[in-house]
Design a protein around this ligand. Structure first.
Ligand code: FEO
Length: 395
């Protein structure tokens, strides 16, 4: 299936309705799409990205349906295989085509797909390619999320192709985004894939300000007819501002930690602190990641298992450290039977983050009255952090 975006610009990708895991890591509750685009000028035709190798036949069928007899360039904006994996097959079908990309992406494509040197044309940041009536400008945007990412801008049509950037994992029949439908998925996608690169994202968003953009065409999810919707969302998410909310992520084996968590959450709610609570044994880890986008802080709550935290808490901590959210404080609470190194282990895992640690609260066995009072004190401290002058000024 191909669909017209503008005169001479076609969507020729594939919708993956049933995929439920990406990179063997990221849950895809709403599937995804791999967006390939055909751009036809008076003199040249290009294909912008391909699709995941599982959808190879669909891509080739789309090119046939579009009546494409010659491709001058396959523009590869990013080397990850969900966009590049079909390049070898497209080169087989269109042997005259060259892969147009940047130096870093070429290197990655050669590593991953063994495409021979002579098949490439390498472009620099800002380089122009005329298709005849359509002028493409290539904008290098490294580290959103790989070092190779490149955007493509059609000057005449004011369309910006952004590859993974600004995308969403959403299988939908809508070619153009319905904002209320795409927002949560786009935020979750940002959390899982883009959040570690906030500083670069802010830089690239600033660079894009000089471009007049009417359409944003990412490589996953629908096309944005209102570019400011997604650009403003990214400006907010990537900023240093946090919300008046705390994430609580916990595991409990025999109810002690759960009692602590339930009590703490009640005390926080009484103090008008917004809480997002995750029982890590049943949590979709993408929802946990999404909650980290706006949170001011996080509470990890764990039982003690083999002298340390429960493995699911270890995983949530490692993921938090890798995703580098803008949280300002961390609290570690939990229960133990006879000892353990929970706090040291978790702090070590979280060491890449620049955060303050509230005093930890590890209790022996099931929480008693004094422990509940300590949890009240912790709730007060969290409330103070949430409503502190420092936070207010930055919000
Ligand atoms: Fe959609 Fe980084 O690949």
């Amino acid at each position: 299936m191909v669909r017209k975006i503008k005169e001479g610009v076609l969507w020729a990708g594939a919708i993956d309705w049933s995929r439920r895991l990406f990179d063997e890591l990221i849950p895809l509750p709403e599937g995804t799409s791999y967006n390939a685009y055909v751009v036809r000028g008076n003199e040249r035709t290009v294909l912008i990205d391909t699709v995941d190798p599982s959808k190879e036949e669909e891509l080739l069928s789309n090119l046939k349906e579009a009546g494409i007899e010659k491709i001058d360039f396959i523009i590869s904006q990013h080397g990850e295989q969900d966009h590049s994996g079909c390049i070898p097959r497209v080169l087989e079908r269109f042997p005259e085509a060259r892969v147009l990309t940047n130096k870093k992406c070429k290197e990655i494509l050669q590593d991953l797909l063994h495409i021979p040197d002579e098949k490439f044309r390498v472009v620099e940041d800002g380089e122009i390619l005329s298709l005849g009536g359509k002028t493409l400008e290539f904008i290098l945007a490294p580290w959103v999320h790989w070092p190779d990412t490149m955007f493509t801008y059609i000057r005449e049509d004011k369309i910006l192709f952004t590859c993974d950037f600004l995308g969403s994992h959403l299988a939908t029949s809508d070619l153009f985004a319905r904002e209320e439908e795409v927002y949560a998925g786009a935020k979750r996608y940002y959390a899982e894939i883009m959040m570690p690169f906030r500083a670069n994202i802010r830089k690239h968003l600033e660079r894009l300000e000089k471009y007049e953009i009417e359409l944003i065409a990412p490589s996953h999810g629908p096309v944005y007819k209102n570019p400011e919707f997604i650009l403003n969302a990214y400006r907010r998410w990537a900023s240093d501002e946090v919300g008046p909310e705390v994430v609580v992520a916990y595991v409990s084996m025999h109810g002690s930690t759960e009692r602590m968590v339930a009590y703490l959450v009640d005390e926080l709610i009484k103090r008008d602190v917004r809480v997002k609570l995750f029982n890590l044994t049943v949590t979709d880890i993408g929802e946990f990641a999404e909650a980290l986008v706006d949170a001011a802080g996080i509470v990890f709550a764990t039982p003690t298992l083999l002298a340390g935290p429960h493995p699911l808490v270890l995983y949530a901590c490692a993921l938090t450290a890798a995703l580098r959210p803008k949280i300002r404080f961390v609290s570690i609470i939990g229960s133990y039977g006879w000892g353990g190194r929970t706090v040291d282990i978790l702090k070590n895992l979280l060491s890449p983050l620049r955060v303050d640690y509230l005093p930890p609260l590890l209790i022996k066995g099931y929480p008693g009255k004094e422990d509940l009072t300590s949890l009240q004190t912790l709730a007060e401290k969290i409330q103070e952090r949430i409503t502190s002058q420092d936070l207010d000024q930055e919000m």
